[in-house]
Design a protein around this ligand. Structure first.
Ligand SMILES: [Mn+2]
Length: 425
């Protein structure tokens, strides 16, 4: 749980970043239609939620800043018995005023009228310049006389880089549920089953433990399907002697986890699978050891490419000299993606990788990122040893940067060949 006083602190911090004589607007997410009369489950906009902790739709958080002081204003939906009968209870403006640390609360139908009032004698408007919300058109119309429009999302994203202890607890909780899901997948008898059946076993554990949703669509990819990086069909058979790449993590109280494990259908790795798996695992462990304050992501990226390239030379997947292979980008054919990304309210957290001066941001205590090296050997690639064709491996953990180093938050999820094999009967 995140306490209201933490939301208050965040709002104060953001208000201090706004220039004098400005208005800042953050909008809630909109419902999205899935098909006629049916909507996707509602998920609050991450930046709006980070600042307000408010979960309802059709809401807005506004910062009104004069020269020396500022006020915060929340807009919430009006109470309406008929609508609430269908769509559930609304908090309403009276309760919202009691519950949330804002100076003023109005109903959403007042938003445009109030915005006109707030922008009088102001110079700057901050709002999410990439927002596709239907309210943006009118916001632009109302505020077109202001001298500048700046992106409030960049300011919030920057704040989201460093996680507080309560955020870290929620991420840990998400990971502990995801751990149970991956262990169930390891334990479950997969003989004669389909990828989607295994997906169901995993997502059952998410829901069963109170995780609102998966943090992203689960990838359950058997054999050569693992070589399609964003494979989400999950509709093929689990074939006895193959590996399954499972990239699945739940979202708990709006916080993501993002874990990949690659496990044998039969429960036991073959010799060739073990060789490739252990090579990727060694790289992952070495990269995690590098994580500490001051290190830059580009450095760990380069190191991961070098280590994987050398590993592939040793296994005969690449031939030649490592430096030259990397220069010619030959290794990218088998390791085409990044070593990791920020994680938080979004699985790919919308925090910046570069600062205002376009300088790369170094790791700092409180940042959370994934480390996920992978090797993908297509079944039709005649240039690599036959025994490795059709195998795709990725191993992904979630890492917290600490004062002197890092903490692998997903350390307890089985990862070594021995640990994984011990799950099968
Ligand atoms: Mn990831």
């Amino acid at each position: 749980m995140i306490q209201e006083k933490e939301y208050k602190k965040r709002k104060d911090k953001l208000a201090n970043k706004l220039s004098p004589h400005s208005v800042g607007v953050l909008l809630s997410a909109e419902y999205k239609t899935r098909s006629n009369d049916t909507e996707y489950p509602y998920r609050q906009n991450s930046n709006f939620y980070y600042m307000s902790g408010f979960k309802e739709d059709n809401a807005a958080l506004v910062f009104v800043k004069t020269k020396k002081s500022f006020k915060t204003v929340l807009f919430v939906q009006k109470k309406d018995e008929t609508i609430e009968l269908w769509s559930g209870k609304r908090l309403g403006e009276i309760e919202a005023k009691k519950r949330f640390s804002v100076d003023e609360v109005y109903t959403s139908d007042m938003f445009e009228e109030k915005l006109k009032e707030f922008i009088k004698d102001k110079n700057n408007l901050y709002f999410d310049l990439d927002s596709t919300d239907k309210r943006v058109r009118n916001i632009k119309k109302i505020t077109k006389k202001l001298s500048s429009h700046k992106n409030i999302a960049l300011l919030v994203n920057e704040m989201r880089l460093l996680k507080s202890s309560s955020e870290i607890s929620l991420i840990k909780k998400a990971i502990s549920i995801t751990k149970q899901a991956h262990h169930r997948a390891m334990q479950w008898n997969k003989t004669g089953k389909k990828e989607y059946e295994l997906q169901a076993e995993i997502e059952y554990v998410f829901k069963k433990n109170g995780a609102y949703s998966d943090a992203y669509t689960s990838i359950v990819a058997c054999g050569n399907s693992a070589n399609t990086l964003h494979y989400i069909d999950n509709d093929k058979a689990l074939v006895k002697d193959e590996l399954i790449l499972i990239d699945a993590g739940c979202e708990y109280a709006y916080y993501a986890s993002d874990i990949t494990r690659t496990i044998p259908v039969s429960g036991k790795f073959s010799q060739a699978q073990k060789e490739l798996y252990n090579m990727v695992l060694e790289v992952q462990l070495k990269i995690i050891k590098m994580i500490q304050p001051g290190v830059k992501k580009s450095k760990i990226q380069r190191k991961s490419e070098k280590l994987l390239c050398n590993g592939m030379i040793q296994l005969g997947i690449l031939k030649g000299e490592c430096k030259k292979l990397i220069k010619d980008k030959e290794h990218k054919k088998y390791y085409p993606h990044g070593i990791g990304h920020w994680m938080g309210l979004d699985v790919h957290d919308e925090a910046p990788y570069r600062d205002k001066n376009n300088k790369e941001i170094a790791l700092k205590k409180g940042m959370v990122l994934t480390i996920e090296p992978g090797i993908y050997c297509d079944k039709n690639d005649k240039t690599i040893p036959k025994k490795y064709r059709g195998i795709g491996i990725r191993i992904e953990d979630n890492i917290l940067v600490t004062k002197k180093g890092c903490e692998n938050l997903s350390l307890k999820i089985a990862k070594s060949v021995q640990e994984i094999e011990s799950f099968s009967k």
